[in-house]
Design a protein. Structure first.
Length: 432
C-alpha cells in the first residue's frame, strides 16, 4: 500500500507543514513549560506570604471577631476553617508536597503543623495548627496552577490554520512552474509558435527561456525538413513530365503503359509531398462562421454526384462553427477518400453534446487498422503493409496531412477500430 503521495505538491506540503508544526509544537511546549514553572513559583510565593499574613491576623484578632474575617482572607484555591478540620492520612502526591514544604517553611517555626489529605479526584490537603490562644485553625488548600486563558486554544487553532495556509502558498509557488512546464510540454505544437511567458523568479525565467529556445529550434528543424521535402517534390515535377512525354512516344505499348502507370504514381507522390509540406506551415486562411450541417451536406452531395457511397446523419439542431473551411474541407476529403479506398461506404455523424466542442465521426466498413499501429499511421509515409500498401494507390500521406491540418484548426484527430468492423475516425473541433 502506497502511503507516500505521488504528487510533488502534496509531498512538499507534507514536509514543510510537518516541519513547521514540529517547530511550533516545540516552541509551544517550551513556552508552556516556562509558564508553568513561573506560575508555580508565583503560586508558592503568594501562598508563603499571604498565608503567613492571614494566620498572623487571625492570631491577633479576638476570638469573637475571627469568623467575620474568614471571607476576607479566603482566596481562590484555599480558605480558613475555625476548627479541627477533617482527619485523614498524610498527603503523598507531588503537588501537595510543594505546598506542604512552603507552608512548613512559613509557619512551622511559630505553629506546630499537621497535614492530612482530603479524599477526592483532585489534590486536596488540610493544614492543622493551633493559634497562641489554643484555638484550632485549619487551612483548606487545593494546590492547583492558574487556569489557562479561554482565548488561548482559539489562538492556537488560528496559528495552525495560518501555518497551513502559508505552507500551501509557499509550496504552490514552488510547484506552479513545474505545472506550467508540464502543460507547455503536453501542448507543444511544432507547427504553432506558442512560447511560454518568461516571468517570475530568476530560475523560472531561465527555464522558460530555455524551453522557448528549444521550441524555436524544433520549429526550425521541422521547417527545414518540410522545405527540403517541398523543394524535392517540386523539382521532380519537371523531369517526370518530360519522362511522360518521351514514354508516350515509345513503340512498345505494353511497356509504355507500365511506365506511364509508374510515372502517375510518382506524380501522385510528388503532389502529396507538396501538400504535406504546405500543411505543416501556419494557415493563412481566414476563419469563417458556417453552419456545419449544411456545409457537411454539400461535401456529401459532391461525393454522391460521382457515385460514391457517402452518407450523412445530420443533427436536429443548427451547429454554428467558426473554422477555416478550406482546411477542414481538405481534412474531410482525405478521410473520406481513405474510407472509400478500403471500404465500399463512408458514414458521417456529428455529436454536439459537448458545450465547447463538436465531434465529427467518419466510419467505414473496411478492414480497420491493427491496434498497435493506430498512432503510427498518422506519421508521414507510414503504411500498414498487410492491407494499405502501394498497390491500393496510397502514398502514406493522406492521414498525416489530415492530422496536421486538424491540429492547425486547434482540434484533435483520433483513430478507433469499430467493434462491428471498419475504422472510426474522430475529429474534435472547438466551436469557436
Amino acid at each position: 500500500m502506497r502511503l507516500w503521495p505521488r504528487s510533488l505538491l502534496a509531498r512538499l506540503l507534507i514536509i514543510v507543514l510537518a516541519g513547521l508544526l514540529l517547530a511550533n509544537s516545540l516552541s509551544l511546549t517550551l513556552v508552556m513549560y516556562e509558564r508553568m514553572r513561573s506560575a508555580r513559583t508565583v503560586m508558592l510565593g503568594n501562598l508563603e506570604y499571604d498565608v503567613a499574613t492571614s494566620v498572623a491576623i487571625l492570631d491577633r484578632l479576638p476570638a469573637n471577631e475571627r469568623a467575620a474575617w474568614l471571607p476576607r482572607l479566603e482566596r481562590g484555591n484555599y480558605r480558613y476553617i475555625l476548627g479541627e478540620g477533617e482527619a485523614g492520612a498524610a498527603p503523598q502526591d507531588k503537588r501537595s508536597q510543594d505546598a506542604i514544604r512552603t507552608l512548613t517553611d512559613t509557619l512551622a517555626a511559630q505553629y506546630p503543623l499537621r497535614f492530612t489529605a482530603v479524599p477526592g479526584s483532585v489534590s486536596h490537603i488540610q493544614a492543622h495548627l493551633q493559634l497562641h490562644d489554643g484555638a484550632p485553625l485549619t487551612i483548606d488548600l487545593i494546590p492547583r496552577m492558574p487556569p489557562v486563558a479561554s482565548w488561548l486554544p482559539v489562538v492556537l487553532v488560528l496559528q495552525l490554520l495560518l501555518v497551513a495556509l502559508c505552507s500551501w502558498i509557499a509550496v504552490r509557488q514552488v510547484v506552479r512552474p513545474f505545472s506550467l512546464f508540464t502543460r507547455a510540454v503536453d501542448t507543444l505544437d511544432p507547427s504553432a509558435n506558442t512560447p511560454m511567458t518568461e516571468q517570475g523568479p530568476v530560475e523560472v525565467h531561465r527555464a522558460a527561456h530555455a524551453f522557448n529556445a528549444m521550441q524555436s529550434r524544433i520549429q526550425a528543424y521541422l521547417r527545414e525538413r518540410t522545405q527540403i521535402l517541398a523543394s524535392i517534390s517540386h523539382d521532380l515535377q519537371t523531369p517526370i513530365t518530360r519522362m511522360k512525354l518521351r514514354v508516350e512516344m515509345a513503340d512498345q505499348p505494353e511497356l509504355r503503359d507500365k511506365l506511364l502507370n509508374d510515372l502517375d504514381n510518382m506524380s501522385r507522390l510528388v503532389r502529396e509531398g507538396i501538400a504535406y509540406a504546405r500543411s505543416s506551415e501556419p494557415l493563412e486562411e481566414t476563419s469563417l462562421k458556417l453552419e456545419l450541417n449544411a456545409w457537411m451536406n454539400s461535401i456529401v452531395c459532391d461525393y454522391q454526384d460521382i457515385g460514391k457511397n457517402v452518407q450523412f446523419q445530420a443533427t436536429d439542431t443548427r451547429l454554428p462553427l467558426t473554422t477555416r473551411p478550406q482546411a477542414l474541407r481538405r481534412v474531410m476529403a482525405n478521410l473520406l477518400d481513405n474510407a472509400l479506398k478500403f471500404g465500399d461506404r463512408a458514414v458521417i455523424t456529428l455529436n454536439d453534446r459537448e458545450p465547447e466542442h463538436i465531434v465529427i465521426h467518419i466510419s467505414d466498413n473496411g478492414p480497420g487498422i491493427p491496434e498497435a499501429e493506430l498512432e503510427a499511421v498518422l506519421q508521414p509515409f507510414y503504411r500498414v503493409e498487410t492491407s494499405r500498401n502501394r498497390d491500393t494507390g496510397g502514398t502514406g500521406l493522406g492521414l498525416a496531412i489530415a492530422a496536421q491540418l486538424t491540429a492547425q484548426l486547434n482540434g484533435t484527430l483520433q483513430l478507433n477500430n469499430r467493434t462491428e468492423g471498419g475504422l472510426d475516425v474522430v475529429i474534435t473541433l472547438p466551436r469557436s
